[in-house]
Design a protein around this ligand. Structure first.
Ligand SMILES: [Cu+2]
Length: 359
């Protein structure tokens, strides 16, 4: 019991402390790696400088109308953005996108006020969406049936139209019907949903393998065929533009990304290094738990080039919300170029090279 109350106290103190205040504490206790990047409170930046209250000139208005006009002009110059600022960060030639990757359209991302799913971009995602819509239509039918039955009873069996209610309590045929009906509905749903569930975990012949490791609080990607790996951290607000992202991609974009070729089957091996995380990309229909000491397998075949965002989907601790996932699906040529770059950058090798060296 002692451990349980200690754990509760620890959780409570974690919840009460702000992320920045925790850094000192965690360095002291050694529970959490102090080298991990801390999430900073977003700082609102106002255009121009905030008035300094100690400055005696604050609040002082020049009497001269010309001087007043000058002040107004100055304020405007500060507030108005520079005219030649690029519309999108990606139009700016100075933006260095990680890994010499081509600029990509963002395909899989949540949208403000959106309903439904992020666009499906893999066979499994198409299937899961289909099953989901099937279940929704079945649900709609059941809801309409129940509404009809309630209204029918209200109209047909109210006190005025039916002053002497029947006294029977059982109806065998009706009871069989309301047992068999739902069973049939479940069989229909199961016969469509189970094959999709199996499809998610039965990996077809794959073109490449990527091992994903969840850490508190970032992701690691390894390309075992090429013997390299790297880590992927959340981009802070002031780092987004330089990495080719929009400000709205904050909390979704990461400094590096998983890079895969389009229309190739990727075998994903997912594990956790410390606690249970979950690697999820909605557009691929992939949602796989990253469990320490266990290697879970799943797969996807991305059908469309672009950037896909996802999130850790298993509550994994303090910075659970700050370990998003970015996947870049690129053309095969761009993938090969990126592989060359990554092999150089992270010290890997191509299997062909190793075979040649062994001869
Ligand atoms: Cu996590």
């Amino acid at each position: 019991m002692k451990t349980a109350s200690f754990g509760t106290a620890l959780l409570l103190s974690l919840a009460l402390l702000s992320p920045t205040a925790l850094t000192a504490q965690e360095a002291e206790t050694g529970i959490i790696d102090p080298e991990q990047p801390r999430v900073e409170e977003p700082v609102l930046e106002l255009p121009g400088e905030a008035p300094d209250t100690d400055d005696p000139r604050v609040g002082e208005q020049p009497d001269d109308p010309e001087a007043q006009a000058d002040v107004a002009e100055e304020t405007e110059a500060v507030a108005a953005p520079a005219e030649d600022a690029p519309v999108s960060p990606r139009d700016d030639e100075n933006v260095q996108i990680w890994g010499n990757l081509p600029p990509l359209e963002v395909v899989g991302q949540p949208v403000q006020g959106g309903t439904g799913y992020m666009p499906a971009a893999s066979p499994v995602a198409h299937d899961t969406h289909w099953v989901s819509y099937l279940v929704h239509y079945i649900m709609l039918g059941i809801v309409l049936l129940v509404i009809f039955l309630v209204l029918f009873c209200v109209v047909r069996f109210n006190r005025r139209t039916n002053p002497n209610p029947a006294r029977f309590t059982h109806n065998t045929r009706l009871e069989v019907a309301w047992t068999l009906g739902p069973v049939l509905v479940l069989i229909v749903i199961g016969s469509f949903a189970l094959p999709v569930l199996f499809k998610q975990v039965n990996v077809p012949e794959s073109d490449l393998t990527i091992k994903v490791t969840g850490y508190q609080w970032f992701w690691g990607y390894e390309y075992p065929d090429y013997e390299f790996g790297y880590e992927s951290f959340l981009l802070q607000q002031d780092e987004l533009e330089a990495a080719g992202y929009e400000p709205s991609h904050y909390l979704m974009a990461t400094d590096t990304a998983m890079v895969v070729p389009v229309n190739k089957t990727v075998r994903l091996q997912v594990t956790g290094a410390d606690v249970i995380h979950s690697w999820k990309i909605n557009s691929f229909g992939v949602h796989m738990d990253a469990v320490p000491g266990r290697l879970n397998e799943t797969w996807f075949r991305a059908e469309r080039e672009g950037i896909y965002f996802g999130f850790c989907s298993e509550l994994c601790g303090l910075d659970h919300s700050f370990m998003p996932i970015t996947v870049k699906v690129v053309s095969e040529e761009a993938y090969e170029e990126w592989l060359d770059w990554a092999i150089g950058e992270f010290g890997g090798s191509r299997p062909e090279q190793k075979v040649a060296a062994a001869r």
